[in-house]
Design a protein around this ligand. Sequence first.
Ligand code: AMP
Ligand code: ZN
Length: 114
Amino acid sequence: MSKCIFCKIANGQMPAHIRYEDDELVAFDDINPKAPFHVLIVPKKHLKNLNDTAKIDQDLLGHLLLIAQKVAEEAKIADNGYKIVINNGKESGQLVDHLHLHLLGGKLLARMTV
Ligand code: AMP
Ligand code: ZN
């Protein structure tokens, strides 16, 4: 069984506040939000980060962005603007080694990093 926390959330073994789910991915609230609105968009396939992706993941990567847009629209933050961040590797500050996209919004984020 996987020890990866995002795999556990994706397969329902660990609780999370899920905003959206389909066969490919799950979107849930970050447990330690860095903005008033902070959702993680996580593929169900375990990929460590972008370095772990290839041509076969092209559709999945596009899907992550389109669902980020959908979640932002549903949360009514799309018009005011939001930030998308993907940390990759230790020098970026990536703490969870399962590819995920941060969707941040709800206040002025122009100078913010995650
Ligand atoms: P990163 O630094 O890009 O790897 O971001 C990992 C993010 O996962 C952080 O913002 C954490 O607050 C968040 N996180 C860690 N554990 C959980 C969890 N069980 N549920 C929701 N978010 C989590
Ligand atoms: Zn995983």
